[in-house]
Design a protein around this ligand. Structure first.
Ligand code: NAD
Length: 476
């Protein structure tokens, strides 16, 4: 596959027309995974032309035909689930346990969900509203969608973008992050193996500034669906205005984890460690700021420290590993910078706070890290650092805990921990985020929407709600 090129257009692999290449590096070892060729704006034109040709037919396929194609895709992916898991771990450094038990089965489940959802796209009732004319509502595809995805969950992000788009009759050109293109290319290849028409799913691999921006500004692309950082989302929104493009933005997060004084302490401690360290903390919904009501604060910090010290940091191909490296040395150094600066302004690092030595020094590893004694307005509390770092702060009243949870620009996800139903329901109402978990943190399902409030963006991935992004409503 990789010898034929790192672009997938009109049902076949091909090489990008850029003369340069990009090294995809295994962050656990520093070894080369593949030397990927890169697309140019001319390749964007070619891919958009293929997607435009395909859309005419695919948009007319019956819901049942689209459902059958997606059912076949889920089967094709299941046949090589282990290959996907290995590729995901090699390019992103994810523990193989996570790739096998979360990324790959979660992605396949999402494909299966959209196979069913394709047959349940509803308009509203038709009626004679003025007594003399019959009104009908049509829910139609938008056309060619350009999607841009991040590196943290490469396969899941690709699936979350591609499936609602094509289930609703759109076609797509997807640009994965250039450091993790492999499983997106495998997905496109499986679309062809499963019998989807050529040109319905195309993947271009290349730099955001070049290929991403060419997709966002292309007049033949009717919608940009983006998952990534808030600054890039802002840039995309600006660029999309030139062609009055529909935009769907899934941006950064800084999820609060609010523990009230009647919470189950052991459960909260376990939930905080798992929620903070999942995917080495490179998860937009990861628990990053724990606010703990004063009576539980000391015990919570002690408990988290004890559990964090048991986390097995190491080779991601070892099934017993809990936490692998970060995605790159650059990302690791950025995380280390946040923690080092926090020390400089008086933070106490209770656990971790450094890159490990020994065998792990050759990879992009960073130890699970617990930070306390920081102010609410400090950088480490306010900014997304995207690494295995949990900050814990105390609060006194319920109102204060909720106010602190809301006090960042972000609003993607949050959790509230208490044995009192009224307290948790109040928190779920008052916390401004697209998802609030009660007495847990992280679980997601294909049937429920994922998306942000505030600077975490707008629009929903997953669930039937995603069709609001990928369809337009017509009154006949
Ligand atoms: P990023 O914003 O740097 O890059 C994301 C994608 O955008 C990449 O494919 C990149 O090549 C492309 N890109 C970069 N500059 C571009 C430009 N000028 N025009 C068009 N495309 C451009 O983000 P990242 O570092 O890959 O991923 C981490 C970020 O993604 C974090 O902020 C995280 O919170 C966010 N994220 C959000 C969600 C969510 O659902 N809200 C999910 C996963 C990740």
């Amino acid at each position: 596959m990789l010898e034929q090129g790192h672009q997938y257009v009109d049902g076949a692999f091909r090489r990008g027309s850029d003369s340069g290449t990009h090294d995809v590096v295994n962050p656990a070892t520093g070894e080369l995974v593949t030397r990927a060729d890169l697309a140019t704006p001319a390749d964007v034109d070619t891919a958009v032309a293929a997607a435009t040709r395909a859309q005419a037919e695919w948009g007319r396929a019956t819901p049942g035909e689209r459902a059958a194609a997606l059912t076949a895709l889920a089967a094709a992916m299941s046949e090589r689930a282990e290959e996907y898991a290995q590729a995901e771990t090699a390019q992103a450094g994810k523990p193989i346990k996570l790739s096998r038990e979360f990324d790959v089965p979660g992605s396949i489940d999402n494909v299966s969900f959209y196979a069913g959802a394709a047959r349940n796209l509803e308009g509203r009732a038709s009626a004679e509203y003025d007594g003399a004319h019959t009104s009908v509502i049509r829910r139609e595809p938008v056309g060619v969608v350009g999607s841009i995805a991040p590196w943290n969950y490469p396969l899941q992000m690709a699936v979350w973008k591609v499936m609602p788009a094509i289930a609703a009759g759109n076609t797509i050109v997807l640009k994965p992050a250039e450091i993790t293109p492999i499983t997106s290319l495998m997905l496109a290849e499986d679309c062809t193996r499963a019998g989807l028409p050529n040109g319905v799913v195309n993947v271009l691999n290349g730099p955001g500034r070049v290929v991403g921006e060419a997709l966002v500004t292309h007049p033949g692309v009717r919608m940009t669906s983006f998952t990534g950082s808030t600054p890039v989302g802002q840039r995309i929104m600006e660029l999309a205005s030139g062609t009055v493009k529909r935009v769907h933005l899934e941006l950064g997060g800084k999820a609060p984890f609010v523990v009230f004084d009647d919470a189950d302490l052991d459960a909260a401690v376990q939930g905080a460690v798992a929620g903070a360290l999942i995917n080495s903390g490179q998860d937009c919904t990861a628990a990053t700021r724990a606010y703990v009501q004063r009576p539980l604060y000391d015990a919570f910090v002690q408990g988290v420290a004890d559990v964090m010290r048991t986390v097995r940091l190491g080779d991601p191909t070892d099934p017993s590993t809990d936490q692998g490296p970060l995605v790159s040395v650059k990302q690791r150094d950025a995380v280390a910078g946040y923690v080092d600066r926090a020390r400089g302004y008086g933070a106490k690092v209770v656990v971790g706070g450094q890159a490990p030595g020994g065998d792990l020094a050759r990879g992009a590893y960073y130890e699970p890290t617990l930070v306390v004694d920081v102010a609410q307005d400090s950088e480490i509390v306010q900014q997304e650092l995207f690494g295995p770092v949990l900050v814990v702060l105390p609060f006194d009243t319920d109102d204060e805990g909720i106010a602190l949870a809301n006090d960042t620009p972000f609003g993607l996800a949050a959790s509230a921990w208490s044995r009192d139903t009224f307290r948790t329901l109040r928190a779920s109402r008052e916390i401004q985020a697209g998802c609030v978990w009660i007495n847990d943190h992280i679980p997601i399902v294909s049937e429920m929407p994922h998306g942000g409030y505030k600077a975490s963006g707008f629009g929903k991935d997953m669930s039937q709600y995603s069709f609001d992004e990928y369809t337009q409503v017509k009154h006949v």
